[in-house]
Design a protein around this ligand. Sequence first.
Ligand code: SF4
Length: 359
Amino acid sequence: MQPVHLTGLSQAELSDFVASLGEPEYRARQIFSAIHARRVMSFDAMTDLPKELRATLVQRTLLSTFKLESRYISTDGTRRYLFKTRDNFPVETVFIPEERRDTICFSSQSGCPLQCTFCLTAQLGLLRNLTAGEIVEQIIFALNDAYGEGVQTPRGTNLVGMGAGEPFLNFDNLMKTIRIMNDTSGLHIVPNRITVSTAGIVPRIRDLATIADRPHLAISLAAPNDELRNELMPINKKWPIEELLSACKEFEKSLKPNEQFTFEYVMLRGVNDSDAQARQLANLLNRHALRAKVNLIPHNPAEPLPYQPSPMERVESFREILESKGVHAFIRRPRGRDIFAACGQLAARSETGLSAAPS
Ligand code: SF4
């Protein structure tokens, strides 16, 4: 019998499992709260459970399944973890401490099947989808590494699904993770504190709009026209910009009064960063009258990617053009560049021999 991975069970599923062991219902609540509220990752430390039950759990279930391969700490405090799953696939997670809140950038897949040409993860191809338990485990691990098991975190936590993989190609496990995170007896990270980023899987954008307690949406755009986007993000050949933006228009109906969605635009020197392209992007977004902002992301150069980052003055002038045409645009400050934790840099680097120095 396959062991049950407890971090991926909702409270209701945990109740069923505990009932199948002949244990009373309140044991499920105790176990859920130990894992998700106190972030206890060993059965020995669940001292409120009887010894016999702990012994059964050791035999029948799994708590922590990852093997930590490397841990890197950036000069700016960002931490990057490289794990191996039980079946030996790489998983990366990034913890970004900020003044008011921490952000955890989690991966939804090991590798990624999409072939965005500015992204290192693309070079791995898809290895496999991660389970909900494996996504939750990344979050618990990062919090425990930063603060210690069982220790109350001093700040709130934001989650972003922007690590390795295309989250919308692992939609069910992603949504299950979000429901587990939102449980008030657990970590209670509400969907309003979670953003998922897609390369543009149109049917799932429509599905997300129908979910009442849904996370925020970000879309990686990277180009103002189909010709260039086909080159940078080949998924565009399947769902071109007009189709993508019309799904966004429908998604807009699900936005709350002060909510916007985000377009991520990676800035590649001499490729997508000209004044003319800024005007084309502003016209495109204005034509669809979308309640959206644009995040300009300085590209993180990394061998063997063929791109260089746009100079900061270029990024600033691109932003000014967007603003002058009524499109809200922000420049995202890159974090953890020195440890390959920044956007588009996740690619199991210690595997490929391109490693940063572990802490
Ligand atoms: S940018 Fe995202 S969707 Fe594109 S290849 Fe990289 S991980 Fe996959």
